[in-house]
Design a protein around this ligand. Structure first.
Ligand code: URA
Length: 209
């Protein structure tokens, strides 16, 4: 599928199985999400452009590669998107963070923004949007809509699990934004949950149910 990368590294697949298991504790669930966040982020950033700078080693001078451009922005969609954040910041400690809070209006079913805080110069940076469960795709589409409205042009979407319906919706709305996921599951059920999935990621992560 164009623009969709399934990150099938054995470490990620193993950890994903532990996450799916209903017996996994809240503590372990949270730790696993952080570990997986770091591993998927490694793949999402694999092709970042690099530039050569001149440095001095203890022996000589040399041209050596560094990542080009401004620091990355990690943009978790509240609240489950924060699951990946610590792991990703372990990997890229200087990244900036943009928090995006959205809820669904029960009458209009539209996504309503209740919180948005991003670096002032976000439009000049590459933004990685984090939405662990790409179910209907509504939140991810709305988050990217809002970032584009603020001038962001370089975007990537990072998920853990995706439903085919969510991928189709997101790719149709934002064909210019590539996405990464650890697995594509079978379908959405009538309540909008991914099947077989792992249940409600936010509830399992924060122990709210
Ligand atoms: N959000 C979740 O947390 N789980 C799903 O299965 C779908 C959306």
């Amino acid at each position: 599928m164009q623009g969709v990368t399934v990150v099938d590294h054995p470490l990620i697949q193993h950890k994903l199985t532990l996450l799916r298991d209903r017996r996994t504790s809240t503590k372990n669930f949270r730790e696993l999400l952080n570990e997986i966040g770091m591993l998927i982020c490694y793949e999402v950033t694999r092709d970042l452009p690099i530039t050569q700078i001149e440095i001095e080693t203890p022996l000589t001078t040399m041209k050596a590669p560094v990542i080009e451009g401004k620091k990355l922005v990690f943009a978790p969609i509240l609240r489950a998107g924060t699951a990946f954040l610590d792991g990703m910041l372990n990997l890229v400690p200087s990244a900036r963070v943009a928090h995006i809070g959205l809820y669904r209006d029960p009458d209009t079913l539209e996504s309503v923004e209740y919180y948005f805080k991003a670096p002032e110069d976000v439009a000049q940076r590459l933004v990685i949007v984090m939405d662990p469960m790409l179910a209907t795709g509504n939140s991810a589409v709305a988050a990217v809509d809002r970032l584009k409205a603020r001038g962001v042009t370089k975007l990537r979407l990072m998920c853990l699990l995706a439903a085919p319906e969510g991928i189709a919706h997101f790719r149709q709305a934002h064909p210019d934004v590539p996405l990464w996921t650890a697995a594509i599951d079978s379908h959405l059920n009538e309540h909008g949950y991914i099947v077989p999935g792992l249940g409600d990621a936010g509830d399992r992560m924060f122990g709210t149910k």
